[in-house]
Design a protein around this ligand. Structure first.
Ligand SMILES: [Zn+2]
Length: 79
């Protein structure tokens, strides 16, 4: 299980920046821990600035809600 840890999340955050999501996948990526989440039956979700984010756990959801900008990466040149 992934635990809240600021140094770990910094590392994960840098990985996240390198990750890109292929179109047409049947899953969403939890932006906090990068786990695959089924968007049809997401355990947790948050709507932030009109976009829905899915989370594997309440921990990830709370982390995201606390500092959403930390986990949101504006992808230049595409949606
Ligand atoms: Zn997660």
């Amino acid at each position: 299980m992934w635990r809240a840890n600021s140094s770990t999340s910094k590392i994960m955050n840098s990985f996240n920046m390198q990750r890109y999501y292929p179109a047409g996948q049947e899953f969403e990526i939890d932006p906090v821990c990068e786990m695959k989440v089924d968007p049809k039956n997401p355990p947790f979700q948050v709507i932030h600035k009109g976009k829905t984010y899915y989370f594997c756990s309440e921990v990830c959801k709370h982390l995201f809600e606390r500092v959403p900008d930390k986990y949101i990466h504006i992808e230049e040149g595409k949606e």
